[in-house]
Design a protein around this ligand. Sequence first.
Ligand code: ZN
Ligand code: ZN
Length: 336
Amino acid sequence: MKAAVVTSFTAPLEVGERDIPEPATGEVLVRLETCGLCHTDIHAARGDWPVKPGLPFIPGHEGVGIIEKLGTGVTHRSIGERVALPWLGYACGECRYCIDGRETLCEQQHNSGYSVDGGFAEYAVASAKHVVTVPDGVTSLDAAPLTCAGVTTYKALKVAGIVPTERVAVFGIGGLGHLAVQYARLMGGSVIAVDIEQPKLELARELGADHLVNAAEVDPVATIQDLGGADVAVVLAASPRVFEQAFSSLSRGGRLICVALPKDEKMSVSIFETVLKGISIIGSIVGTRQDLAEVFALHAAGRTRIIAEGRKLDEVNEAMAEVLSGAVLARLVFEY
Ligand code: ZN
Ligand code: ZN
């Protein structure tokens, strides 16, 4: 099978032939049709974060494909079924987090494209219990970005507990942000889109944003405070400075939802303001299998739109450079 492999944190990915893996007990073999390219894959390939993946490995946590083989003991999946392979590749199912619906906090978890091989290949094996069925109404091109960008922003807005009279500021429009705008609208909030690229802001407007803030041209904090402040600020841009701006743009009782994972991972915020304004700072990591099922159901019902462009796996290094340049409107998806 063709695969894009990280062999060094300082070299480009190597695209070459690898053996098709065999599904172990409890696993399925999936012939991939698509896999989205998330900023996390670039961090993984460069070993940017404190916990690094073991080398060599295959990135990709937005894989979508058809089950071709069942490992022993798999009874609830069938050959020919179309499934998604999300970041949460496996969770134990027995710890306090798994039992009470917070499986994304499981300490035994495996992560696709990080601690286990992911979807930048024609085939991948995955835990049969942790792949998520893709409904017929969702194309594989659309399902890929929903598998991380979709579920991650949907969950972030769920934990924000938005009510319809609230203003939601989305910092960073792109793969995640273009979906965050739509989910915030669906949950009833009014939306302030913040970015430094005008075409991305125009896309946010098309998808329902009420206010656009170009942070390259105006001070986003003053602009949002002039609008009355944000009740919820979701940070999808991988820069500590943006987290600080988002914090300062909140109104009293505001919630800062931290989603992006910058390489330089410290932010500085006022304790005084946090206490006096009753601000909550919340971390949100991807979503559960149930969250992803809900994301797929919303899309199948025609309530969200995906902006994605197809690429070939041979172009993986060029595609990563494109993402880093800021030129990609929303999502690039490898098609096999
Ligand atoms: Zn991702
Ligand atoms: Zn667990």
